[in-house]
Design a protein around this ligand. Structure first.
Ligand SMILES: NC(=O)c1ccc[n+]([C@@H]2O[C@H](COP(=O)([O-])OP(=O)(O)OC[C@H]3O[C@@H](n4cnc5c(N)ncnc54)[C@H](OP(=O)(O)O)[C@@H]3O)[C@@H](O)[C@H]2O)c1
Length: 277
């Protein structure tokens, strides 16, 4: 795909006026060096997602050097670091590795029932007060955990929940997507390509799903990966964060933005990849 054809669009983060690209750049197991991330940023993909656990914060920091004003930087504190002092320390370590002085979105990577949620959220709010974090998010939180975390906030909202979502894993449609839509919480869909298995080249797709995905892609002059990502974007309040080590596939993934599947195409895909019972 030619990068001149790419037009990455934006959605508002939670109930804020912050614009985030509907295609973000994931970095779990990222080994692409600076170029793929820089290409994505240049195409308008402003959200880069990392985590202390990924050990890619330093690579992200190096890649965004000189482009920081075009980036919305998201990282995460691990679920085993949720005590008050530990959260503060984790954020400082992340900032050092990112070689930066502010995290745009700081997310709790997973919940931990061993630490009272009030304690963790107090630390997250303290980081905003200190100017080290701009927005607070969570990841892998159920609706019940999200409600508890929201109730524990004293002055700032939870703007996002980063969760597993793709054509093959649609469980969050039951309750999390509607809850987030009603409460102005952005859903950041991780593993949106089902770890590459929705790209058309995989053996891990049922034949019927594969032929429908490829057929729609062919009709539109898009790739299967682009259709799989755009299908996620048909959901309310959602953005996706595919990861790629390659410049060409980053351009391809960014090309999943700027157009929409028709409602009939969305319905056909919904039927071909049914929500498991
Ligand atoms: N919060 C959490 O608990 C959590 C959990 C998992 C992931 N995440 C986040 O979500 C991001 C994305 O998820 P993911 O990395 O698990 O899976 P993914 O984005 O669904 O798939 C990544 C895989 O697909 C390949 N790929 C990417 N674009 C492609 C394309 N256009 N055509 C063919 N293959 C393509 C990649 O290979 P190449 O790199 O070789 O292109 C890689 O093997 C992560 O990087 C991370 O930031 C968060």
């Amino acid at each position: 795909m030619h990068s001149g054809d790419v037009n990455v669009e934006y959605r508002l983060l939670g109930g804020t006026s912050q614009r985030v690209s509907e295609i973000g750049l994931g970095t779990w197991k990222y080994k692409g060096g600076a170029e793929p991330l820089q290409k994505g940023i240049d195409l308008g993909a402003n959200l880069i997602d990392t985590a202390e656990m990924y050990r890619t914060e330093d690579a992200v920091g190096a890649a965004i050097k000189g482009r920081r004003d075009k980036v919305f930087l998201a990282t995460k504190v691990s679920g085993n670091h949720l005590g008050y002092d530990t959260v503060l320390k984790a954020a400082e370590t992340s900032l050092r590795l990112l070689n930066d002085n502010v995290i745009d979105l700081y997310q709790i990577h997973w919940s931990n029932s061993g630490v009272p949620i009030h304690e963790t959220m107090r630390a997250m709010e303290q980081l905003v007060d200190r100017g080290l974090v701009r927005y607070i998010g969570v990841s892998n939180f159920s609706v019940a955990e999200l409600k508890e975390a929201q109730q524990a906030m004293s002055k700032y909202p939870i703007v996002s929940n980063q969760v597993l979502y793709n054509l093959k894993k649609r469980d969050i449609e039951r309750d999390l997507i509607p809850y987030c839509a009603e409460n102005n919480i952005t859903v950041i869909a991780y593993t949106p390509l089902a770890d590459g298995s929705l790209t058309g080249k995989s053996r891990f797709l049922p034949d019927i799903g594969r032929s429908i995905l490829e057929g729609i892609a062919q009709d539109l002059g898009k790739t299967s990966a682009q259709v799989a990502l755009n299908w996620c974007l048909s959901r309310p309040n959602m953005i996706v964060i595919p990861k790629s080590n390659s410049v060409a596939r980053t351009v391809e993934n960014c090309g999943a933005s700027g157009w929409s599947l028709t409602s009939d195409q969305v319905a056909t895909l919904d039927e071909a990849f049914p929500l498991s019972a």
